[in-house]
Design a protein around this ligand. Structure first.
Ligand code: FES
Length: 143
């Protein structure tokens, strides 16, 4: 083999060897940007306890791309529950019905219990849940 042919093959080998790395780099997901308001554990304040108690819920339609609602846990009122407000049937926004103590979907009558489990109707799965807590006068959620 001539020296020139060897160098050509070596170059092709290096190129072929680095191709998977180059492809993987192009396919890598961009790193999720941390919310600048998040604490060290990733919890983000979404409202005050006073607002939660006045309204009966706190809603945030775009917390890092999530449409969610926070309520006091009826079985443990000192704690809070954070749930996706997106119905698992067809994706309608599901508001909290304080009088009924349920999430009531306006689209096809689906009902969810406060913990997100399906109470009745067509939804096939529970509402997604998120970690939530109260810190002083702030309600915090981690998504
Ligand atoms: S979208 Fe909620 S019950 Fe159909």
């Amino acid at each position: 083999m001539k020296r020139r042919d060897f160098a050509h093959l070596l170059g092709l080998g290096l190129l072929a060897g680095s191709l998977p790395v180059a492809i993987a780099a192009c396919q890598a997901e961009p790193a999720a940007e941390a919310d600048p308001a998040a604490d060290a554990d990733g919890f983000v304040p979404i409202g005050t306890v006073a607002d939660l108690d006045a309204e009966g819920f706190l809603a945030n339609r775009n917390l890092q791309g999530n449409n969610l609602v926070v309520i006091r846990d009826p079985s443990a009122p000192d704690t809070v529950l954070a749930l996706s407000a997106v119905c698992t049937h067809s994706g309608c926004t599901v508001p909290w019905d304080r009088e009924q103590g349920l999430f009531a979907c306006p689209c096809h009558g689906g009902r969810f219990n406060p913990d997100g489990t399906v109470n009745s109707g067509p939804p096939p799965r529970p509402l997604a849940t998120f970690a939530a807590r109260v810190d002083g006068d702030q309600v915090l959620v981690r998504v």
